[in-house]
Ligand binder design. Structure first.
Ligand SMILES: *[C@@H]1O[C@H](CO)[C@@H](O)[C@H](O)[C@H]1NC(C)=O
Ligand SMILES: *[C@@H]1O[C@H](CO)[C@@H](O)[C@H](O)[C@H]1NC(C)=O
Ligand SMILES: *[C@@H]1O[C@H](CO)[C@@H](O)[C@H](O)[C@H]1NC(C)=O
Ligand SMILES: *[C@@H]1O[C@H](CO)[C@@H](O)[C@H](O)[C@H]1NC(C)=O
Ligand SMILES: *[C@@H]1O[C@H](CO)[C@@H](O)[C@H](O)[C@H]1NC(C)=O
Ligand SMILES: *[C@@H]1O[C@H](CO)[C@@H](O)[C@H](O)[C@H]1NC(C)=O
Length: 580
């Protein structure tokens, strides 16, 4: 078979060649291994400096991708990179590899690198800009060498959001001047707002501030108190993987021209904040209602209403409220006892079960058992994530509220946690007029902006002029029944934010569009503004009280009178039928 032999020969010759190449390769590999072994032996006796530089080369080559001409690095380097989002006025910046030493954040950068303008605001009530310090290295190699030489360098992994917050003893301030704004800042770098993160907060030392625990649980990765970090960082460097800064302009007291909680409607942040809060506290968020408050309801449902005790209620007013509660509950109970399933008589009024409620009466879930004890090596209670805190127990109550009734102030600050398609009734309070020869009061609803910034709930208000005569039974009864009716009739979701304001809040929104200089003086939070004018409440303005008096008044230690078009205000007071 000549053809076959010829083929075999033609295969045989290249096979010899391949075999020789194979042998040569083996020899090379062996020689390389011997070389490498000697080389390693040499390293093991080399100086620390040599190890360090070798290590840095390995790190760079194997794990860290550096693009010398680009500010946004792919992969990780020890250099700080910065990305900022939003207009300069309220921008939020994400710093990767941000360092902290001796009470200060420090950017590590390289000569010639262009960094974005990263001026940010960290605190609701501090109008000074904040920028981390900068340390510029000659080359990236210098930077890296410096970092690797810091033997006590401590890495803080994952995302950290940094902000400052006063008055942690008050849950309303803690939630909506600090935590909520930080959450909005995280939303700018989605999906970090949905993931576990850490909080670094500039707060005062406080022994009984359970809001700190709320911060820690909401974030998931815990809370670092800056005063503690400051102490530890006196002799130790820290490197944060990622720090998000720039939430100071999203505070609930940061008045917006549309008088809405910043980002509440615009970014749907209220709902996202609520839902994360429930989950992080170990609770299922309230059931969604998409288009109408009547979804998942029937006309014969018993609506659960809660009057939250408020320190602004006088004793007489509390009696009036209790009379209204009694009348509603009696009606509901009578209907239930008279009506059986066979006799389906439609109720004349919505069936409502009203409870007068004290948040303080709720306690944390306590579970006892020998095996639940903290051991000497547990860094926190072994049931930390397994039982409900007092705050979680409060949320469990709020979750079942259809109608939420309370006065202004801290009591208003939980309405964000209400379910979709519920109603909040603001019974208002009174502020005293300070006039030389007149004593009197004006109605105050305070946190209307929270209601208008929460598009899944409807806000009702005690009639602004009638409120001056005190809270009366008939009016409370009417408001609660109206709330029940609009829920069952089905109010449209999302709710029109302007419609969620009281008349004085609506007046302010119109005033803001018509007198823009005034609007800027109360909404544009910059250091050149009079702080007293930024400390704005619609009720003081509409009634020309405090800093809105023609002759001014002493605020923050000086005599201030904030400017606005007084004639226009008088016209709008007529239009919105607000009596002085
Ligand atoms: C920098 O990175 C961005 C995004 O990855 C890319 O579009 C741009 O071309 C890079 N610039 C340079 C100079 O490498
Ligand atoms: C940030 O500022 C811009 C411009 O002033 C404004 O339109 C926007 O609503 C602000 N964002 C938030 C979340 O407040
Ligand atoms: C009324 O509310 C209370 C809680 O405040 C609850 O215990 C009770 O079961 C409710 N009654 C009805 C009929 O819903
Ligand atoms: C207050 O005093 C001024 C002048 O002293 C007087 O014109 C005014 O009518 C007084 N107002 C009331 C409500 O008595
Ligand atoms: C806010 O105030 C600053 C400083 O006074 C000014 O430069 C800026 O234009 C103002 N922004 C708006 C939207 O009025
Ligand atoms: C504030 O100053 C004005 C004059 O600028 C004066 O008429 C008024 O009495 C002062 N008010 C107070 C409370 O000192």
């Amino acid at each position: 078979m000549p053809t076959k032999t010829g083929l075999a020969q033609s295969i045989y010759i290249p096979f010899q060649t391949i075999f020789i190449i194979f042998l040569i390769t083996i020899v090379i590999v062996i020689l390389q291994s011997i070389y490498a072994a000697t080389h390693t032996a040499k390293i093991s006796i080399s100086t620390d400096d040599e190890v360090e530089s070798l290590l840095s080369i390995q790190i760079r080559q194997n794990h860290y991708l550096i693009q010398p001409d680009n500010v946004t690095h792919r992969g990780k380097t020890f250099e700080t990179t910065i990305q900022c989002r939003g207009p300069l006025y309220n921008q939020t910046c994400l710093f990767k590899n941000l360092y902290y030493f001796n009470r200060k954040f420090v950017i590590f950068t390289v000569n010639g690198r262009q960094l974005p303008d990263c001026r940010v605001y960290t605190n609701a009530f501090n109008l000074f800009e904040f920028t981390p310090q900068k340390r510029i290295f000659k080359t990236y190699e210098h930077l890296e060498k410096f970092v690797l030489a810091l033997s006590h360098m401590h890495i803080i992994p994952s995302t950290t959001v940094y902000f400052g917050q006063y008055w942690m003893h008050n849950i309303g301030h803690a939630l909506f001047d600090g935590l909520y704004p930080a959450f909005v800042a995280l939303m700018r770098f989605a999906p970090r707002h949905l993931q576990p993160f850490r909080i670094l907060a500039s707060i005062e030392p406080c022994d009984l501030c359970w809001s700190e625990d709320v911060y820690s649980r909401f974030a998931g990765l815990g809370l670092i108190k800056q005063y503690v970090l400051n102490h530890v960082s006196k002799s130790k460097w820290f490197m944060f993987d990622e720090v998000i800064i720039g939430s100071g302009k999203f505070c609930q007291r940061c008045v917006q021209p549309h008088l809405q909680l910043p980002g509440g409607v615009e970014l749907d942040a209220s709902r996202l904040f609520r839902n994360r809060m429930y989950r992080q506290m170990g609770l299922i968020p309230p059931l969604p209602r998409q288009k109408s408050s009547s979804e998942r309801r029937t006309p014969r449902d018993i609506l659960q209403a809660y009057v939250i005790h408020n320190k602004r209620f006088t004793n007489i007013e509390q009696k009036q409220i209790h009379k209204a509660i009694q009348e509603i509950n009696t009606y509901t109970n009578d209907y239930l006892s008279k009506t059986s399933d066979e006799t389906l008589v439609e109720p004349e009024w919505p069936l409502i079960n009203v409870t007068y409620f004290y948040y303080g009466s709720v306690s944390a879930q306590i579970i006892n058992g020998k095996q639940l004890k903290q051991t000497s090596t547990d860094s926190r209670s072994p049931v930390y994530e397994l039982t409900h805190t007092k705050f979680a127990s409060q949320l469990r109550i709020i979750r079942q509220m259809d109608i939420h009734i309370t006065g202004p102030g801290t009591g208003q600050m939980y309405q964000t946690f209400l379910p979709d398609g519920s109603v909040t009734v603001n019974l208002g309070g009174l502020r005293s007029k300070v006039l030389k020869n007149v004593s009197g009061f004006y109605t105050s609803f305070l946190e209307q902006h929270v209601t208008s910034g929460t598009p899944y709930i409807k806000g009702l208000y005690y009639p602004i002029n009638k409120r001056l005569r005190g809270i009366k039974k008939d009016e409370v009864l009417r408001l609660i029944r109206r709330a029940g009716q609009i829920i069952l009739n089905g109010f449209t979701l999302p709710v029109n934010p302007w419609g969620n304001l009281a008349p004085d809040g609506q007046l302010f929104v119109e005033m803001c569009t018509r007198d823009q200089k005034f609007c800027s003086s109360v909404t544009n939070r910059t250091i050149d503004k009079k702080y007293a004018c930024l400390d704005f409440w619609p009720e003081d303005f509409v009634h020309e009280q405090k800093q809105w008096k023609r002759e001014g008044s002493v605020r923050y230690g000086s005599n201030v009178s904030c400017a606005f078009n007084r004639l226009l205000l008088h016209q709008l007071r007529e239009k919105y039928q607000i009596k002085l």
